[in-house]
Structures are given as structure tokens and as C-alpha cells.
Write a protein that binds this ligand. Sequence first.
Ligand code: SF4
Length: 358
Amino acid sequence: MGKFLMVLSHLESWFVLQRRILPWRESSSIYRVWVSEIMLQQTQVVTVIPFFERWMARFPTLQDLARAEVEEVLGYWAGLGYYSRARNLHRGAQKVLELGGFPKTRLEWLGIPGVGDYTSGAILSIACNQPEAILDGNVERVLSRVRRVTRQKGDAQFKSRLWQLSKIFVESAAQAGIEPRNLNQALMELGAMICTPTKPKCSVCPISPICRAHQRNDVESFPPKKKPKNWIHLEEKVHAFVNARGEVLLSVSEAGKWRAGLWDFPSQSPDHLFKKAKRLGQVETHYVVTRHKVKRVTEVWSVSNSVRSSNGQSVWKVAASELHDKNLCWVMLNQPKVPMGAPAKKVIGKVLKVIQEG
Ligand code: SF4
């Protein structure tokens, strides 16, 4: 066995001995790996663990997930953010049932909603032990350091080179009898625990003998930084209407629209919904979506418990079922019990303060 494979074998042994005990690792069925990988996108391991355990208690199998209502699925996702991941998991589970079983190849997995190159490689290697490449942020960092991969020829070339390296690593390892599930998870674990963005622990790294950045002493120059984004600045205005019972009106975004299935403060002005409204104040928050920096202004109003119907008449004490037809509902803001997107949740504390002071 040459030096490269000796080092990979050492990496596998390190992983088997040192890996963290994580709920999705202990019973790594395809369904559990799939859910965990989707939850782990853009979210830290410690945050994901309680969400994963609650999810598995309620949706222990693919069938349980596929048959659930999307609102309930979103409720179990509430707090993890990026809700399209939950909607895609739900639709994906339904598609797998329609197909009569889990996909068996990368190409087939890519046809499942929300599954991209990384997730398909992770499922096939971790759950099915197939020698498939993966590339997440941790693996990207490790491989770019090990081979000193630069962005000189652009981002696409940089990624393509790293995918190629990931393939070489897992395929060479498999030929030498190293399990693909161990090799790929070892690279991810190494990135999370040893080859960290700053102050990597090279002195205890199992692959330091083949790491070029370590040998050249320029580890922190890799991965090379991306060009800064050109931000687009936007402003949006929403309204928090508070009734005499201290409830706040929320509206739900319809299927097919941005943030579908999530509840938020309505954008309609008070004139559209209420006869009388007294302004209590406003709060300002900020959030980021892809290339957009959004300033959100939430105006807070005290209103009487009436909603204007479509013919312009005021409907007093509207029943909850009727409100639901209008995609509106009254909720206690400190316990909303409906799935809300991150920008809306961010405002809650400040709105409650304005209400208390008003
Ligand atoms: S030697 Fe250092 S830079 Fe290289 S992979 Fe290990 S921790 Fe990362």
C-alpha cells in the first residue's frame, strides 16, 4: 500500500475511534441519513440534534412523513429556517413512495426534490456504502488545503477540481478496502473538528503527511476567499395588528408563493382590514436572503376585533374558520403555534415590547 492509501487508512481508523456520537450515525438508514443531511445544510450539528430527534419521534418512517399534512411538517421544522428544505423533504418522500422505493443511483436521486450533488453523494456513500464523491463546506476546506487548490481560474473550476479530488479519495480508498461511508464521514468530521477554518490542529491531524498546505505552512490561505457579493438592498413594510385580547393577526403565504405555508405579519395597510386602528409605534429589523439585504419595517397597531369583508362591510367578531379562508388568523404572539419564517420570528420580541409600552 502506497503512502496515500496508508494515510487514508489512518484517517479511517481515526474516524472510527474519535467520531462524535450523533443520532443519525447510530442507525444510518437511507431515510435517517437523508433527513439529517437536509437538516444539516446551513445549520450546525448541535442545533440539528433536538430537531432531528423530535422529527424522528413524529415521522419515524418515510411513509409517516409522506402522509403527513405539509402544515404539520413545517411545524416540526419551525426554528431551523430555510423552510423550502422541509417542503422538499415532504414532496421528496411522496415521490419516493410513488416510485415504489428509494433511488439507487446518483442520477435517480437528483430527480428527488431538494436533493443535489452533495446530498445524493452523502446518502449513497453514508447509507449505502457506495464510493460516491461528496463536497460540503468541511470537505471543501480539507481538500483545498491538502492539494492547495486555488480559485485562480474561477469558482466553477475550483469546485470542479475539488469534486474530482473527492472522487479520487473515495474511489481509491474503496479499492483498498476502506469503507466509503467511513472515508466520507471522516473527511467531514476532520473538517468540523481538526481542519477548522481558523487555527487548524495540524499537529494531531491524521492526514498531515499528505497535506501540501501544512507542508508549505500556508494553511489559512486555503480555501481561497471568494469575491465579495454585490448586495441588493431592499425595504419591506408589514403590520402587526393587536386586538383587545392581545392577539396579533398573521397571514399565511399560499402554495407556490415565496415562503409558502409560513405565517407572517400581513402587508395590507390597516385601511384594508379595519375600521379603526391606532398606531402604537414601529420596529425595524434586518435579514439577508441570498444576495439581498432586506430592511423590514413592522408598524404596530391597536385595532378593534373586526375585519372588513370583500363587499366592504365590517364583519364583527369574525369566526376563526372564516379568518382561515382569508389566510388570516389571530394568535398569541408569545406562543404563535403556527410555523413562522425567520424574518417574522425575529420581530416578535420587539413587537411585544411596543405592545406592552403602548
Ligand atoms: S494538516 Fe492541517 S491543514 Fe492539512 S488537512 Fe490536516 S488540519 Fe487541515
